[in-house]
Design a protein around this ligand. Sequence first.
Ligand code: MG
Length: 389
Amino acid sequence: YIRVILISLLFSFTIMMNRRDFFTTTALGSAASILTPSLNFAFPAKVPQAKMKLSFKPFTLELKHAFGVAVNTRTTTPLVLTTIEYGKFKGYGEASMPPYLGETQESVMKFLSKVDLSKYENPLELDTILSAIDALEPGNTAAKASVDIALHDLAGKIMGQPLYNVWGLNKEKTPNTVFTIGIDTPDMVRKKVQEVDPQFKLLKIKLGRDNDREIIEAVRSVSDKPLVTDANQGWKDKERALETIHFLKEKGAVLIEQPMPKEMIDENAWITERSPIPVIADESIKRFGDLIKMKGMYHGVNLKLMKTTGLREAQKMITVARAFGMKVMIGCMTETSCAITAAAHLTPLVDWADLDGALLSKNDAFKGITFVDGKITLPNAPGIGAVPR
Ligand code: MG
């Protein structure tokens, strides 16, 4: 009898303990969610207090093929790799600066040297920290993205969760990535397409010089995959642009990106009104404010972390673009698998993904997402899940 009483006492004590633990955890959880409204997690009870420390170094990404778009051709992309340390945790980020966008390794490092993370107590207060960094100086979108990405990686690692879990997204819902074929001679285009055609479900074809039809015919001579097409502001006459878009549709194009220069707002809108396939803004929409200004001018938007200042603003832009009834694509610059994998965590929310940037490089500094038959496959590790090689 006494044994029964002892056992039941022990049992109720255990229940009380569990209930008390439960209340403690819940209280911590709601405190954390008040601090960081868009991140849906509880700050783990045993994170040692530490100071955040940002470090950065230049890195040159070498490309496998010379990469041609309407405005230029290049063989390398300058990057700056960032790390934010917090106790035993390390978050990784990066800035990528294709030369025509105006930022350089020097400008990024100059900006980053003004960022002082040591004054923030809670690394999960992304809203406070990233808003303050954004306010330091206008522009510098890639530099800002390099902090945003590293901070998200760090936050996920502290929580012990991959970003898709932090955001409540289903990792099975990632789309196929497109694989990009830069502007080249018809022979080289055929060769590049043959190299990658079996591995990808969609090809992205760069257009906008004077050989659009020749390039498309070259692609079609070796592949029947659907095509994502991108004129990169290369077309200057709206009537001819529309004619070309009709030709592209006949040849199996599913969308056209940035047909005319971003300054030609009315001409681009004229094309959007008449185009038989969705017209997607890329150069025209960098940040949140541009999305609002360009409402109704395009069917959709191509978001890139190096334009949006990172994941946080990209997420807000996806929400607003959807409210405007727009299609959403997530793209990239030539980047390592660090920034590419970061962007990939948002892809369960979008219609198309163009995240082949790391595959175009010879010296990817990270291991991250993989592609299974072209489908984006996210790593399960906490944070971004990209690991330095
Ligand atoms: Mg584009």
